[in-house]
Ligand binder design. Sequence first.
Ligand SMILES: Cc1cc2nc3c(=O)[nH]c(=O)nc-3n(C[C@H](O)[C@H](O)[C@H](O)COP(=O)(O)OP(=O)(O)OC[C@H]3O[C@@H](n4cnc5c(N)ncnc54)[C@H](O)[C@@H]3O)c2cc1C
Length: 348
Amino acid sequence: MSDIGIGNTPTIETDAVIIGAGPVGLFAVFELGLLDIKAHLIDILDKPGGQCAELYPEKPIYDIPALPVISGQGLTDNLMDQIKPFDPTFHLNQRVDQLNRLDDGRFSLVTDIGQEFITKVVIIAAGGGSFTPKRPPLPGIEAYEGSSVFYSVRQMEQFRGKNILIAGGGDSALDWLLNLEPIANSIAIVHRRDKFRAAPDSVNKMQVLVGAGRAKFHLGQITSLNGADGQLESATIKAGDETFDYACDTLLPFFGLTMKLGPVADWGLNLEENLIPVDTEKFATSEPGIFAIGDINTYPGKLKLILSGFHEVALMSQAAHHIIYPDQTIRFQYTTSSSSLQKKLGVR
Ligand SMILES: Cc1cc2nc3c(=O)[nH]c(=O)nc-3n(C[C@H](O)[C@H](O)[C@H](O)COP(=O)(O)OP(=O)(O)OC[C@H]3O[C@@H](n4cnc5c(N)ncnc54)[C@H](O)[C@@H]3O)c2cc1C
């Protein structure tokens, strides 16, 4: 690591950065690791697994080779186990916003919290793009975003002593109500139904807090926000026939996530219908040193399947090795019989 960073944190220098910790980005850690390439993974989500963990954690997948059936979360957990020997560094809750080539041929990546990475190769495994929170249709909400309205909690301390209103009825809404209650000055949740799409244990805990008067529950919907200069003073809530202003200085809406291509479009790469064209030998993009694997890439015959992404990872890793270790040749080896690979995997 060097001392100079764009944000408050030191710049991280590494051989490979993987943008996206979906199933394909995770498996890239394994294949790169077998070739002695250590990777940093960056994802805007607060957990690894991409679509599998975010969109269908409990749904069964039937077309992963040698796994007749496995859930989206189960596949993610297995991949996390498989890459453990390579000890990747995860940078979650961060979106890669900038990607530029440096004069020395390496790349600089900067995330939305100002963390900079300098790397020899970039592997874009960004799937369908970055998961972006759904914005509730409240007039003028943009003016409060970042000062009074937040779609994620990155540092709990930021909310100490605040009068918080949480909107939504899923796991995120309830988890943050439970986590922030001890440090908030006041906290309430507004949801349009009295049924929650969250873990029963969280619902029970929320009801205990409400029963004890430590949190409020409003059955209704926010119709407008009131305040000035980005500072929220109250939210107007419609609950049945009644409409009232609830005093709060912070609103945390949790209405789920959608996928948008996001900053990938700004990195100067050739795009075809929001996908990155690659060759099928190396999965290289139009920029030498930048690879694209998984759902984000396109080539003749591309199938957006996890197994296709896994194949792409193996070939991409060989090509990345040539850039990182230009003087070395790769000897083809099997994990079943190579003692050197088995040492890397910690099984010998
Ligand atoms: C309901 C459903 C069922 C499916 N069932 C199957 C199935 O049965 N079999 C199958 O093979 N496939 C299935 N798929 C498709 C499969 O999930 C995808 O092919 C797979 O997730 C692609 O993996 P990936 O790693 O390329 O991308 P993703 O899983 O999309 O992960 C990409 C990650 O990149 C992150 N990201 C993007 N941009 C940035 C950025 N700028 N900064 C930081 N992070 C970023 C995103 O947050 C995301 O976590 C299904 C998909 C859905 C929605």
